[in-house]
Design a binder for this molecule. Sequence first.
Ligand code: FES
Length: 113
Amino acid sequence: MTTQPSFLCHATSLREGQALSVVVEVSGARHDILIVNRNGAIYAYVNACPHQHTPLETFPGKFFDAEGNLLVCSTHGARFDPESGLCVSGPCEGKSLTKISLTERDGGLYARL
Ligand code: FES
């Protein structure tokens, strides 16, 4: 973990109900981070499914189920609550995505990685 927060993206990059992933390199380590805008709040998670640690998306920017309610892991179909990261169905039900604390400054989203 570094002392300086890393810039992830501009807060305006995410509209309500959207999710995106960003890859940030810190001290030679690669961090794949999933960022979600849901019900007026922004959440961030390590983009790794607790089942087999693959990134959730197969296609860039495709994170939600058909109804737009739950995050879906495209590898085996686990579904996650976007606000808590909890897996609510699938092979890792009851486990959670790893949450990352965000700070917002001057319109940018930052995290200590
Ligand atoms: S790796 Fe995500 S459900 Fe299996």
